[in-house]
Design a protein around this ligand. Structure first.
Ligand SMILES: Nc1ncnc2c1ncn2[C@@H]1O[C@H](COP(=O)(O)OP(=O)(O)OP(=O)(O)O)[C@@H](O)[C@H]1O
Ligand SMILES: C[C@@](O)(CCO)CC(=O)[O-]
Length: 397
């Protein structure tokens, strides 16, 4: 019974949120916080999904899922989403009242409809996903889930072994993860699943190919989830109103935000720059970017509180994502002591915020073939830290 783990990171926008909506360059990196999947074939034709982070435990008959393709050669997805299949699955999973659950289930079954082979369509499979990422906090939990799913189903169905290079495998994973992201998000830019698949850091511009950021060095951040609910749509619309009212004021601000990403790229491209210097300048860019975002009106008193607390300890923070609540990132330079980090965390937690310490710029999608099958019950009780980067993982690089 072939059995695999897959894993994929969340993402954080380092620079350029909002400006990216206007065609400017932005920078994003993969998080050390990841999701993990156990997937294995069964024999009885049942698909069992156990998704504890969205409290979903369900079984379906594999034969009830209308298969969409008999694959030959490269199994890349069709350009357009299959809306008939989406409608069918939405009725079939019948979880309309539980959006988190229905999106997760439909994404899984949508990929299965395309990627199942004759064998797996008959045998069925078990799949469970667990994550260290908060769901819905702007840290790309859906992309990390989507990349985990795509890697799991491509691997279990033997599609990855038909490709000889890691780059081809990553491209295939990324394209299918994008399909799952579209099921969950409607019309995403593709940045989140790309960062999650490739790892490291990337520069992106709407409508252009997403490029890895050359020379990127792993960075440490404290992520603070203010727990203030945010709506990306509302924040984007507010910036749009301001831009329409005062284009001559706002457009140069958006250009300046783009220049921050360009300056960031230049920093990592300077071979002779010492790391301490690099981190210090990166921190300055963090500060400037937040200032511009606040001027665009997308900060929030809770985000300013994070800035106030961290700045008293000599640390630089900015909001990340849409703003108006949600998360802030704080750069932890190499010279910052564990005591300082603990003190900042304590102060932030006293405000009711959730703090997560993480690296940015680690590995992307990974897969591990298990020597012996594991039950879902075993997977569910596993300490996730035991699955962190080990030599057993194949990272498709
Ligand atoms: N661990 C998980 N298990 C199952 N489903 C998940 C998991 N993580 C994310 N999802 C799916 O992704 C959806 C969350 O997407 P949403 O865009 O709201 O949050 P996010 O991806 O964390 O934030 P953002 O896209 O702004 O970075 C959930 O509703 C669920 O369907
Ligand atoms: C605010 C924004 O730039 C980032 C949200 O995570 C919106 C977008 O890019 O779609």
């Amino acid at each position: 019974m072939p059995s695999y783990y897959t894993s994929a990171p969340g993402k954080v926008i380092l620079f350029g949120e909002h400006a990216v909506v206007y065609g400017k360059v932005a920078t994003a990196g993969s998080l050390g916080l990841r999701s993990y999947t156990l997937v294995q074939t069964r024999t009885d034709g049942t698909i069992e999904a156990n998704l504890p982070d969205v409290q979903l435990v369900r079984t379906w008959k594999s034969s009830d899922i209308p298969r969409q393709a008999r694959w030959e050669g490269y199994p890349f997805p069709p350009a357009a989403m299959n809306t008939d299949l989406l409608d069918h699955l939405a009725q079939f999973v019948d979880l309309a009242a539980h959006r988190n659950q229905s999106q997760a289930a439909i994404a899984l079954l949508y990929l299965h409809a395309y990627l199942a082979t004759d064998d797996t369509a008959t045998q069925g499979f078990d799949l469970s996903v667990r994550s260290n990422l908060p769901v819905g906090a702007g840290l790309g939990s859906s992309a990390s889930y989507s990349v985990c799913l795509a890697t799991a189903l491509l691997k279990m169905n033997g599609h990855l072994s038909s490709l000889s290079t890691g780059a081809e495998q990553r491209e295939l994973v990324n394209q299918w993860a994008f399909q799952a992201e579209k099921v969950i998000h409607g019309n995403p830019s593709g940045i989140d699943n790309t960062v999650s698949t490739l790892g490291g850091a990337v520069m992106f511009k709407k409508g252009e190919k997403i490029e890895p950021l050359p020379g990127f060095q792993s960075l440490r951040f404290l992520l603070t989830n203010t727990r203030v609910p945010r709506s990306t749509q509302v924040q984007v619309a507010n910036v749009r109103k301001l831009q329409e009212k005062f284009p001559s004021v706002v457009n140069p601000m958006l250009d300046a935000i783009q220049e921050i990403s360009i300056s960031c790229k230049e920093l990592f491209g300077q071979d002779d720059l010492e790391r301490a210097q690099l981190l210090s300048r990166f921190g300055e860019l963090v500060d400037v970017n937040h200032g511009l975002l606040a001027a665009l009106g997308v900060s929030h008193p809770a985000l300013e509180k994070v800035r106030e607390i961290s700045s008293k300890m000599g640390l630089k923070s900015k909001l990340t994502g849409a703003g108006g609540g949600g998360c802030a990132l704080t750069l932890i330079r190499d010279d910052v002591t564990p005591e300082t980090v603990a003190a900042v965390k304590q102060l932030l937690e006293a405000e009711g915020f959730q703090c997560l310490e993480t690296q940015v710029g680690g590995p992307g999608a990974g897969v591990q073939t298990l020597e012996a099958p594991k039950t879902i019950a075993e997977f569910l009780t596993l300490d996730l830290t035991s699955l962190e980067v080990t030599p057993n993982w194949d990272y498709m690089v």
